[in-house]
Structures are given as structure tokens and as C-alpha cells.
Design a binder for this molecule. Structure first.
Ligand SMILES: [Zn+2]
Length: 409
């Protein structure tokens, strides 16, 4: 079993927390016997499984249950069941290990499921199975880990003794937030080359809206200028290897872009959360076609930076219970959000929008973001249409192939 450390993800919610057990000497002895016994049982089951080429849990149960209970004195019914499940899991994960019987280290971590342990969170004790009966052991841990254990549903736990210290590594079952209805509409985000993101509220990102040194446009300008110089240099070369180099961003640029994308998506999702809205982005397939930039630049920036920004936004939105939709990007930069007039002439100059019918004028990316926001509302309505209408075949179609205006969830 791999060693799993106490892991705290970026969003602050740990998925696995490590608790330190403080057993009395007698309890520690009981736990040590339990660990040895469980690992011995697992190895016996594993050898049987390998010998008979039986790896599925139900068949393995039929094959090994009575055998292992007969061979390992003191192994209870639940511990035997758990050992069988553990072996099936080990073989399922590693096809290669079927070449020989998987051996469980005598003092390796032992998984305890809900039938082998029970919590008394008020008393900060956990009751653990041992061959000589249950032992209620006190536990301690980092404040944030204890808080998580107190408040969250708990999954399986691994019991392990490391250098004389008893540890319980607990998997937390994180509650999945339900997506709230975007009552306030959608925050539309236009992704671009000049500005990585512009919202329908007019926030230009990266820009002053972002906190810290990244606020302001310095980073992206540097990035663009460097790429421009690099492009000219490599274009002169014109070889295929030069093109390959161009496609690959340097490590520093790469990290900077990841950081920017994290900050942008964080800002956007917060903005949506604050105003009771969802988040709408353009479908990336369309973005590549819409933004007319140099082919090489498109290759380097578009293929991953925009996709990453969308992925980060989707992830952060899901975590916050915010609706997220990808919309059809066709004509988002040429349509007028006020009067609906769609015309190429609405774009008199690069970066400018001026409606030829109603006169609405503004920053082109901002106008596009407003159109994206409107499409977000339509897209959301289509996705959430009750499936009560239409023929079964039509329903299947809609599920497997979302309409062009609403891809995603
Ligand atoms: Zn107009």
C-alpha cells in the first residue's frame, strides 16, 4: 500500500487527513496484533487468488473466506471480508502483479472500513477492531484536520505504525456542492489574445481587478512582446524544428500562465458567486476559428492556455456550486447585445465595436463578453430542459450531442 500523506488541496478541504493515535501500551499491542493478522490474512487470500486465478471479489469470497478464517485464528468475519476485498482491489489495480502472488508486508498499512471502526467524535476517540476485541483509542491531529474529521463524512481509514507512532489516515468523503440556479444570469467571459479574459462587467484580466503584483497588464505584455520577438526570430529560421520550439513555451512562461489562469478563474467564479450568477465561456473549438491571429501564435497560446483557463473555471465553479456553460462562439464579436444586429461592419477597427444600426459602441471584447453572458442564459435553459418532452430518440440525441449553443454543464 502506498504511503499517503496528509493532503490539503488548494481549496482548503483536505481529502486525506492523518490523525495520530495515542493508544495505551495494551491497546498498542492489540493494534500491532491486528495489523499483523490482517496482513497475514491478505497474503493468504492473495496466494489463493493467484493459485486459482480468481481475482473478482465475489468468486474470491467463495474461494477464500472459510479457508482464511480457518488458517488465521482470531480473524473475525468482518476482517476476513475486508482482507478479500483488499486482495481483489490490489489485483484490479495492478494487472502486472497477477504475474505473481501479491504479498502484503506484515507491518504494512491496514485499511479499516466502517465495519471495523467507529468514531466517537465528541470524545475524540475511535474504536478499532482487534482480534481481542474493539479498542477505543484517543486521537489528535492538526487543528484543520480535526475540524475536517469533526464535520465531514468519513470514508475508509488506513491504520499504520510508523517508527513506533500509530497513525490513522482517514479518507474524507467530500460533499459535492449542488449547483445553484443562476438567478442573476451569467458572467460572460471573452477569452482573447490581447486580454486573456474580459468579463461582461468590463473587467479586463489580468488587470487591476486582480490582487497583488499580478494586477496590471505588465505580465501579459511582457509575455506577448517576448513571444513576438521569438516568433520573428524563429520565422526567419523557418525550419520545422524552429516551429517546434515556438510551440513550446519556456518553463517560466508556462508557470506564469498557469498562475494567471488560476487568478483569472478565481476572480470570475467569485464574481459569479457574489452576484448569484453562473459563468459562461465560449466553446474552445470555436475560439480557434474566431480569433484571427498568427497561425504560430495560435498554436502556442490557444491550444493550452485557453483550454486551461476554461478547465480551471469549470473546476472552481463546480466546487462553489456555480453553474458553468460553454456557448457557441459564432458571431459573439460581431453581434450587438442591444439591438441584435449582426454585421462585420459592427467592427470598424481592431478592438472596437460600433453597432451600425443602434450606435452602441465599446471595447470589442467587452461586447463579446456581454453576448456570451446572454448565450449562457439560453444555454443553461437548454441543458436544464426537463426531459419529459420529445421522442425517446430525440432525447437520446440531446443527451449525447448537446446543442451547439450549450456544450458542457
Ligand atoms: Zn445595435
Amino acid at each position: 500500500m502506498a504511503i499517503r500523506r496528509s493532503a490539503t488541496k488548494r481549496h482548503g478541504l483536505p481529502t486525506i487527513v492523518q490523525l495520530r493515535l495515542t493508544p495505551t501500551p495494551a491497546q498498542a499491542e492489540a493494534l500491532a496484533v491486528a495489523v499483523l493478522l490482517c496482513n497475514e490474512a491478505a497474503t493468504i487470500v492473495s496466494r489463493l487468488a493467484w493459485q486459482h486465478r480468481v481475482f473478482a471479489v465475489l468468486e474470491l469470497h467463495r474461494l477464500a473466506y472459510y479457508e482464511v478464517r480457518a488458517q488465521v485464528a482470531g480473524l473475525g468475519a468482518q476482517a476476513a471480508v475486508r482482507a478479500i476485498a483488499r486482495v481483489a482491489g490490489a489485483y484490479a489495480n495492478r494487472r502486472a502483479s497477477k504475474k505473481r502472488a501479491h504479498i502484503f508486508r506484515p507491518r504494512g498499512a491496514v485499511p479499516y472500513d466502517a465495519r471495523l471502526l467507529s468514531w466517537n467524535r465528541d470524545a475524540r476517540t475511535v474504536s478499532l477492531w482487534s482480534p481481542t476485541g474493539r479498542v477505543a483509542v484517543s486521537y489528535t491531529g492538526r487543528p484543520e484536520d480535526l475540524k475536517a474529521v469533526d464535520g465531514l463524512p468519513l470514508g475508509e481509514a488506513d491504520l499504520i505504525c510508523r517508527r513506533g507512532v500509530w497513525l490513522l489516515q482517514v479518507t474524507l468523503a467530500l460533499p459535492k456542492p449542488t449547483v445553484r440556479e443562476p438567478v442573476g444570469g451569467f458572467v460572460g467571459v471573452d477569452q482573447g489574445v490581447a486580454n486573456l479574459a474580459v468579463t461582461c462587467g468590463g473587467a479586463v484580466l489580468p488587470g487591476p481587478a486582480l490582487a497583488g503584483p499580478i494586477g496590471g497588464n505588465g505580465h501579459v505584455r511582457t509575455l506577448r512582446e517576448r513571444r513576438h520577438r521569438q516568433r520573428r526570430r524563429l520565422q526567419k529560421k523557418g525550419t520545422s524544428s524552429a516551429r517546434r520550439v515556438l510551440r513550446r513555451l519556456s518553463g517560466r512562461e508556462h508557470r506564469m500562465m498557469i498562475d494567471l489562469n488560476h487568478q483569472i478563474s478565481k476572480y470570475v467564479v467569485r464574481e459569479a458567486e457574489r452576484t448569484g450568477r453562473g459563468v459562461a465561456l465560449e466553446d474552445l473549438q470555436g475560439i480557434r476559428g474566431r480569433v484571427r491571429v498568427h497561425r504560430l501564435q495560435r498554436r502556442t497560446l490557444h491550444t493550452w492556455a485557453f483550454a486551461q483557463q476554461a478547465a480551471f473555471t469549470r473546476y472552481k465553479a463546480a466546487r462553489a456550486g456555480i453553474a458553468f456553460v460553454l456557448v457557441d462562439p459564432a458571431y459573439t464579436s460581431q453581434g450587438c447585445p442591444e439591438c441584435g444586429n449582426v454585421a462585420r461592419a459592427n467592427r470598424p477597427a481592431r478592438g472596437r465595436f460600433a453597432c451600425t444600426r443602434c450606435g452602441l459602441a465599446g471595447h470589442a471584447d467587452h461586447i463579446a463578453a456581454r453576448n456570451i453572458a446572454t448565450r449562457g442564459i439560453t444555454g443553461w435553459a437548454v441543458i436544464n430542459q426537463p426531459h419529459a418532452t420529445g421522442l425517446p430518440s430525440a432525447r437520446r440525441d440531446r443527451e449525447s450531442k448537446p446543442p451547439a449553443s450549450a456544450v458542457g454543464s
